[in-house]
Design a protein around this ligand. Sequence first.
Ligand code: GLY
Length: 597
Amino acid sequence: MTRIFQALAAALLLSVPATAQQVSDAVAPEAQTDAGAAFTGVSDRIDAALQAKASGQPVTADSWMIAAANPLAAQAGADVLEAGGSAADAMVAAQAVLGLVEPQSSGLGGGAFLVWYDAASGQVTTLDGRETAPLKATPTLFQDEQGAPLKFFDAVVGGLSVGTPGTPQLMQEAHRRWGRANWHDLFDDAIALADGGFAVSPRLAEMVARDADRLARFPATADYFLPAGQPIAAGQVLTNPDYADTLRQIAVHGADALYHGPIAEDIVRTVRTAPGNPGTLSMLDLSIYHVVERPAVCVPYRGNDVCGMGPPSSGALTVGQILGLLDRYDLAALGAQNPEAWRLIGDASRLAFADRGRYMADTDFVPVPVQGLVAPEYLDARAALLGGDDALPEVSPGTPDFDHALLWADDASIELPSTSHISIVDAYGNALSMTTTVENAFGSRLFVRGFLLNNELTDFSFRTHADGIPIANRVEPGKRPRSSMAPTIVMKDGTARLVIGSPGGSRIIGYVAKSIVAYLDWGMDVQQAVALPHLVNRFGTYDIEAGTEAEAMAPQLEALGYQVNTRDLNSGLHAISLGDGLTGGADPRREGIALGD
Ligand code: GLY
């Protein structure tokens, strides 16, 4: 039994039943209602991190650090780092636990993008573990017989939306390149928690209750999340022996265990027999899946290089465009309380999102003017549009330099927030930023071998054309849907300075860009930067975070000409700054923490 599991069991004073996939009766007497209380007592290190977060303080460390969305996942990664493992090793351990304790957001059935900074070489590498459309998918995948786009959740729930998962291969590829620990051992904590039980977090319980109608549609999913018809409750102890078995297979046979053989057959059967809306995923799709190394997209900002994942993610290009435009204005002098700063940020975002909707998609299938979109002359010209005093009355895509003829229509695909982000720095100075997802909360809702299958294909445009002009991000067989995930490493003079990323659908881009501005321009530490109330514009309303001091900005933004929408904005930012030691921040809106030593 691993240390983390011993501590968890002791903290909850549990005797865990040995039967399969069930919620234990032997639970804490009262369901936990807040994340801090739910995880208190698991370990001293978690307690200290929770206290720091509750008081708005960052976590500091000298050697290594991990920030992740669930304390048990962060602890699994921390144990690996403490034992001398690399950031890639810690990611494997943390991701294996996240797939258990935060299954609504990421897991073996999903995809991820990873940015790696190698301390020895100074190089930044980006790996694409995005899901792919099945070879039998057609551009009209999400249209009805009349050619009209399906309603979003009619497309999401079931087999149609499931792309070939990429996360298991990405874990393996990162370990192959940068791992120091024994692959097999990296699954020990997740297996122990899956077999022995883990306390359902308040957030997981709340999301299950909210999604109960959809989860109830598939027997295997309902048995796990709604045993005896009741949503699993916060504080109850849940076991997942099927997940433990799947992890054992991966620990012994590598990621191949999920792409060939009985687990792959179960995935394919589950997708193709999903009642009401079967998909076309095949054994061939699984067997040909591969992780792709892509060129990092790096954009200068205040003398730093902001580096991240290029297409098929729109993350680095759109964050890069926003920051590239803002680099031409003095946000530090304006300060975080100044509506003029938010006018610049809001309109820079609108301009960047206009380009995103027109140009960004999987470069293996469509030509994308990657260099042109962040070229200094192009950014100069677009930034000049921000020179007025009020919100831009009209925003449209620009015409970046490119040597291909381009005629694309604008995409308006829906992306709802789910997803998870892991930031890690290891004792050797390497840094890892990985955003990982099953797309919508609980993905397709299909559950097989203890994990959920993604609905990533709904990140494609449901329409193929607009006014007879093709949409770059339309569905095509083997293509990867455009993403907004923006795992980022900010570099300064050839070394990593800030590791950051967030969940949040297409708002990820705004969350990450704003936090970088807060850190670099406004002098905030990483905890202050991730906690700073959100104001996000995605080329529509100016979204303001409800219940925060940002609400005071609403009348001023309206006076500038924006339509304002005050609402919850559930980011899940995890950031680590490097410099004189390590400083970690975890988003107060979610259950994550930073751990370091
Ligand atoms: N499905 C979330 C994203 O890729 O942006």
